[in-house]
Design a protein. Structure first.
Ligand code: TYM
Length: 336
């Protein structure tokens, strides 16, 4: 397929500097599968990262670590655009325009906003947190993305993006494609090993529930061996067995084997034996990522060159969209 006819993939992640199994199986690994026959843009959303309290020096460091991790996970900069959101003019500009079309109530009803703003340790809740999904819609529409690959937790945000694209098109005339969401079959919702009713998350207060891609093998094994299960013996992915179902999901994602086959293959094993299998599979999956990461992490010149190339291409595309949007919105053209 030639450049112009390829479909556009756009997705982003926050610069936590610490991707976990949920980010990998639910997102990044799925992104790699698009590289060869799509035009791919992968953003590191540093402007989203400041919607909750943060430390600037850590954000800077985490942004570099995150791009290094992306590359280590297989996002080859020769095949895609890796960019930092703040390097591209247009994300916040488009967000403003979309925000003027977005009903306040729809933002107040967003699950992630409610969860984050109502947490006991939420502290200061800025209006950026409420506006977050509008900025996310702008990230997507700025590139006129056809497909947005994400984990299940982002589905509601993508729905809002689709609504805003339609509302803009209806208000001003056809401008944006209404993007489709792509959610992986396995790994779409990896849960905390300690609280399998919650998604695996960096903000989990119990960190032993979260396996990071850079965790050394002994730590990965320890976390998986101490995963919460139940008092039964059956290795089945049943709703009343969320812990075992989660481990089966992780094993399915790590090995590419469907859950039903895994249930049959491990029937009769003890939970301890089964967990050891899961630990081995995850460690094997992480080994090449950790090796590649150690080669490029700290090579600031290389990572800066990746950011520059990504930003240059992303910016060219962003300016085109923004010019069109400004014209449709009735803004006077900028005098040259
Ligand atoms: P973020 O940074 O929280 O997560 C990055 C990606 O990882 C997926 N993910 C998971 N998948 C399965 N199981 C889990 N436990 C799990 N945790 C995270 C997420 O679904 C996501 O795909 N708001 C977004 C970032 C964003 C964005 C965008 C995404 C900003 N603008 C535009 C797509 C398009 C976020 O915070 O993802």
């Amino acid at each position: 397929m030639s450049e112009g006819t390829k479909k556009t993939i756009l997705t982003c992640a926050q610069p936590t500097g610490q991707l976990h199994l949920g980010n990998y199986f639910g997102a990044v690994r799925n992104w790699v599968s698009f590289l060869d026959d799509h035009e791919c843009f992968f953003g590191i959303v540093d402007q989203h990262a400041i919607t909750t309290p943060y430390v600037p020096a850590e954000l800077r460091r985490s942004t570099y670590r995150t791009v290094a991790l992306y590359i280590a996970c297989g996002l080859d900069p020769a095949k895609c655009r890796l960019f930092a959101q703040s390097h591209v003019i247009g994300h916040t500009e488009l967000a403003w325009i979309l925000g003027c079309l977005c009903p306040l109530g729809q933002l107040e009803r967003m699950t992630q906003f409610k969860e984050k703003s109502q947490r006991e340790d939420a502290g200061f809740v800025g209006s950026g947190l409420l506006f977050y999904p509008v900025l996310m819609a702008a990230d997507i529409l700025l590139y006129n993305a056809d497909i947005v690959p994400v984990g299940e937790d982002q589905k509601q945000h993508i729905e809002l993006c689709r609504d805003l694209a339609i509302r803009f098109n209806n208000t001003y005339s056809e401008t944006f494609k209404v993007p489709d969401v792509s959610i992986p079959r396995d790994g779409a919702r990896i849960r905390s090993l300690q609280s399998p009713d919650k998604k695996m998350s960096k903000s989990d207060p119990n960190q032993s529930g979260c396996v990071y891609l850079l965790d050394p093998p002994d730590r990965v094994r320890k976390k998986i061996m101490s995963a919460v299960t139940d008092s039964g013996r059956e290795i089945r992915a049943l709703p009343e067995k969320p812990g075992i179902a989660n481990l089966l999901g992780i094993l399915a994602a790590a090995t590419g084997t469907p859950v039903a086959e895994l249930e049959a293959a491990h029937a009769g094993k003890s939970y301890g034996e089964f967990k050891a299998v899961v630990a081995d599979a995850v460690i094997a999956c992480l080994e090449p990522i950790q090796k590649r990461f150690s080669e490029i992490d700290g090579d600031k010149a290389y990572l800066d060159s990746v950011f520059k190339e990504g930003a240059d291409t992303a910016q060219a595309r962003a300016y085109k969209t923004l010019a069109k949007v400004y014209r449709k919105a009735g803004f006077v053209p900028r005098p040259r």
